[in-house]
Ligand binder design. Structure first.
Ligand code: FAD
Length: 410
């Protein structure tokens, strides 16, 4: 069996690794000169910055991605973050994420325990947002800010823009798999290891290879046209999301096209900072509920010092984009850093903004429409088709798991 894969992002490479390991003849076509999509390293002044991700794997060495990497034999070491996360309070005091309930009056603390336990089991059926869900039970400024900080960091959305059931599913996964980790070598080490596996299984990776059309015969995908040349296959997997994939063939399914219209990408801004001294001092997430824009910060050099030149730290902040004025959004993020670290010496290395065709998530969490398309033997993988409750690359892995199951391999 022959599979053509459009795009070498994490979803494309994971699928290619699984299929090539199962004996498929695999070709991955990538339009860019490098592989990895938004999960690739970007070397800069001796730092390993990235094309997208903050070098973090949301559920660390026990999550869905780690499981899949191990199944395909990819040689990646993931260092679990300790502590998992800290929270910066309004008075600048730092508390452990696990202790956030202690910030609440005793009645709210007890209520939160009960409501959370119940809601994790019986997720709200309605489309109530996470903000409204929080407000419904607790009119509490700290909790509302924490909800925004968490959703901004993990999903690049505000709590008002995510269905409560999706966030609760994500929290359930946090309890199941525990907290985040950093792959040694950064995100490029993950996609690089997958590329090695694909090649060692006889698969082929073609860069500068733009897929301009998906060939459909009798409502079945039978191949792709790459830089104008037709390549036939039994199966086509697209890593470019539903909307982009649709443009590669003459999709006429009205219901599907309507569903796609409702899918919005999530936007974000990442600020990469070099610091001589640690700014946050640990490898976990630093939630910042009392800033103007920044939702959280990490300092990955506590897990892998080689992500920065000797003696330096690589610090990255992330913020969801709130308005269309990107310049102002960036300025507010930069001011947040100044306010949080007034006496620390640091240098801004790079500010990256993500939207439209190169977003934080192709389908904002809770808006995914699954991995199938109206065409048989054409599937979508990547963060435009994540599995339920899967944050970022964990969701990408859950989606790939769904696809390989449908194809008939475990
Ligand atoms: C600022 C930021 C921070 C993030 N931080 C984290 C984090 O710390 N942890 C985490 O888990 N996730 C994080 N993410 C999200 C994560 O990076 C993405 O979810 C993930 O990398 C998406 O992978 P994908 O499989 O969707 O592929 P993509 O990265 O979207 O790659 C798709 C590839 O397909 C190629 N392609 C598209 N169309 C064609 C075509 N027609 N022909 C050939 N090639 C084509 C593209 O060039 C691209 O290389 C972050 C994202 C951003 C932007």
């Amino acid at each position: 069996m022959k599979a053509s894969i459009i795009g070498s992002g994490l979803g494309g490479l994971l699928t290619a690794a699984k299929l090539s390991k199962a004996g498929f003849e695999v070709d991955v076509f990538e339009r860019l000169p490098f592989i990895g999509g938004r999960f690739a390293n970007l070397p800069y002044k001796g730092f390993q910055l990235s094309t997208g991700a903050l070098h973090m794997i949301p559920h660390g060495s026990r999550g869905p991605l780690a499981q899949m990497l191990s199944e395909v034999g990819a040689n990646v070491k993931i260092i679990d973050s300790k502590p998992m996360a800290m929270i910066r309070k309004e008075n600048d005091e730092i508390i452990d994420f696990g202790d956030f309930r202690n910030e609440l009056p005793i009645t709210k603390k007890v209520k939160l325990g009960t409501i959370l336990a119940y809601s994790l089991k019986f997720k709200p059926e309605s489309n109530i947002s996470f903000r409204d869900w929080t407000l419904k039970y607790f009119d509490d400024d700290f909790l509302l800010r924490l909800a925004d900080s968490f959703c901004g960091w993990a999903l690049s959305l505000r709590a008002k823009d995510v269905p409560a059931r999706e966030v609760l599913e994500t929290i359930g996964n946090m309890y199941r798999y525990k907290g985040s980790g950093v792959p040694v070598g950064g995100c490029g080490a993950v996609t690089g290891a997958l590329a090695d596996i694909i090649r060692s299984n006889g698969g082929r990776l073609h860069t500068r290879s733009h897929v301009d059309r998906i060939i459909i015969e009798k409502e079945k995908a039978v191949g792709v046209s790459v830089n104008g040349k037709e390549k036939y296959a039994d199966l086509v997997i697209s890593n470019s999301g539903h909307a982009q994939t649709c443009k590669l063939y003459d999709c006429k399914d009205k219901d599907y096209l309507e569903k796609i219209k409702a899918v919005r990408p999530s936007k974000g801004i990442k600020i990469c900072v070099s610091a001589d001294e640690p700014l946050i001092g640990h490898s976990g997430v630093y939630f910042t509920p009392y800033t103007e824009r920044i939702n959280g910060i990490n300092e990955v050099t506590h897990s892998d010092p080689n992500l920065a030149p000797a003696g330096k730290h690589l610090v990255m902040s992330h913020q969801a984009v709130i308005s269309d004025d990107i310049r102002r959004e960036i300025d507010l993020g930069l001011s947040d850093l100044k306010r949080m670290f007034p006496h620390k010496k640091y240098e801004i290395l790079l500010v990256q903004s993500y939207s439209n065709g190169w977003p934080v998530n192709r389908a904002a969490s809770g808006k995914d429409i699954g991995n199938r398309t109206p065409v048989s033997d054409l599937y979508i993988v990547g963060d435009g088709a994540k599995g339920k409750g899967g944050i970022e690359v964990e969701g990408v892995s859950l989606g790939v798991r769904n696809v390989v199951r449908e194809i008939g391999i475990a």
